[in-house]
Design a protein around this ligand. Structure first.
Ligand code: ZN
Length: 279
């Protein structure tokens, strides 16, 4: 699934390619992809003749802001959503859900096999009131709010497994299964460790690991663990350097103990039983 580094990669691509070009129209092939407004007709009418001023990312949400208008286009890729920037002549992919046609004969195409992805058009209202998932997001991992103090306070109060807590978007925005496993390995913390049992040194190490692993993945253009593609349809290259994710049975890159896999709250967790000592 796309996580923060993948969504950030998409966001940077969109900022490079889609700004200031008039949107001439669009097509909604799967109406339920449109979370708001409900009517495809309203959406297509509203988006017509707009120009995107910038894109931003919040957690795993993409937000397009428009020139001369307070509207916002929200996108969440969920399990398998992809935004592709391509010529309008390119044959439609089987799972194309929404298309936006730009004046330079290019289009922004939303392709989504599993159909969990969502698109919102918000105008004249608070974005958070319509895209309610935004209200629940914790701080961005690169923001000053995601401090050691903040993390220590949150962990101290939780009796959940650290792995489960890291996936909670209310703790820190944008982390999913892949980067949670990688950060726990880098900080030597077992995924089943109870959050409140971590000491300050471990918490500090975990925070640093989260930040550096996400930065590295963004610098490599996202991951290849899933079938992630950037908006030009190109795969990232973080895959070759994963510490534990997707490496069950393979030797740990530090101590050569075989990597193990465990289900925690329904999510697969990869870890080294030697480097990440259970407690
Ligand atoms: Zn190891």
């Amino acid at each position: 699934l796309p996580e923060l580094p993948e969504v950030e990669t998409v966001c940077r691509g969109l900022n490079k390619l889609t700004l200031g070009i008039k949107i001439q129209g669009g097509e909604v092939l799967l109406p339920r992809t449109l979370a708001y407004p409900v009517s495809s007709q309203d959406f297509l009418q509203e988006i017509q003749n707009r120009k995107i001023d910038s894109w931003s990312r919040r957690g795993k949400y993409l937000l397009a802001h428009f020139q001369d208008c307070d509207a916002c286009l929200g996108v969440h890729l969920r399990m398998s959503g992809q935004l592709l920037w391509l010529s309008q002549d390119i044959n439609l992919h089987k799972h194309t859900r929404i298309r936006l046609f730009f004046a330079n004969n290019q289009e922004l195409r939303f392709v989504d096999t599993r159909t969990f992805g969502k698109i919102w058009w918000v105008k004249g209202q608070e974005t958070d009131a319509v895209i309610t998932g935004l209200q629940k997001l914790g701080p961005e991992p690169f923001s000053p709010e995601f401090s050691e103090d903040y993390l220590a306070q949150k962990l101290e109060k939780s009796n959940r497994c650290i792995k489960t807590l890291l996936l909670d978007q209310g703790l820190v925005a944008g982390i999913g299964n892949i980067y949670a496993d990688e950060a726990l390995f880098k900080s030597g913390i077992h995924p089943t460790a109870i959050a409140s049992s971590l000491n300050l040194k471990e918490i500090s190490g975990l925070r640093t690991a989260i930040i550096t692993i996400l930065e590295k993945a963004i610098a490599s253009g996202g991951t290849t663990f899933s079938d992630f593609l950037n908006i030009m349809g190109v795969n990232g290259n973080y895959g070759g350097v994963a510490w534990v994710y997707g490496r069950k049975g393979k030797p740990c890159r530090v101590c050569e103990t075989p990597i193990e896999k465990l289900k925690i709250n329904g999510r697969s967790s990869h870890f080294c039983p030697n480097c990440q000592f259970p407690r």
